[in-house]
Design a protein around this ligand. Structure first.
Ligand code: NI
Length: 200
């Protein structure tokens, strides 16, 4: 097949894989709500760099709920909209901020430096943190958390490339155990109510 057809074909395969992964995860989590962690749940150890340039691991978040979202600062739509919904949900339930830390993990470590992430998450609120790392560190985290992310070139655009990525919101308990994955399209009210119901 010619190059263009081949490109479209590979794109369809990647899209199908992303949709299948998302569908399996929604089935596996049974929708929003607390449930015991089980083998096969997403997550695990990580060692990354935060928006202040400090090295952090998953253990640094123990004692608090961890709301993890994967994205990147140049994302034109899904990421900023999702982060704004998280921010709005937390504003509607300020007590949640005492017990929960929202964290953006970049899928674009080449461009998302700590300084860039700090400025970006600052738009959404001081409670937000952000993590980056070397491309190898980020690749390992994406694999552990079963996050799909793929660089797509944007010829002729000043951006150069974009990142296609899956965008579930993961919630981990104070003990580090997986609690649930939220549909990122939940509106701020629904997301806030779900978090309020779970976080104690
Ligand atoms: Ni995005």
């Amino acid at each position: 097949m010619n190059a263009r057809l081949r490109f479209v074909f590979l794109g369809l395969i990647a899209l199908s894989a992303a949709i299948a992964t998302a569908a399996v995860m929604m089935l596996a989590t049974g929708g929003p709500g607390p449930r015991p962690a089980a083998a096969g749940d997403v997550g695990g150890a990580f060692a990354l760099t935060d928006q202040d340039g400090r090295r952090v691991t998953e253990a640094d978040f123990r004692g608090r709920y961890l709301l993890l979202f994967f994205g990147f600062t140049n994302c034109p739509d899904v990421c900023p909209l999702t982060l704004q919904r998280i921010a709005d949900a937390l504003s509607a339930h300020p007590a949640l901020k005492e017990k929960l830390t929202p964290v953006l993990v970049t899928v674009d470590p080449e461009r998302d430096t700590p300084a860039k992430l700090k400025e970006y998450v600052g738009f959404f609120g001081p409670e937000f943190r952000a993590l980056t790392g070397t491309p190898e560190e980020i690749a390992a985290v994406l694999k552990a958390y079963k996050v799909y992310a793929k660089r797509t070139e944007l010829p002729g655009s000043a951006l150069g490339y974009t990142m296609d990525h899956s965008s579930l919101i993961f919630l981990y308990g104070p003990d580090g155990a997986f609690v649930t994955a939220f549909d990122p399209t939940l509106d701020a009210t629904a997301l806030g109510n779900e978090m309020e119901r779970i976080v104690r």
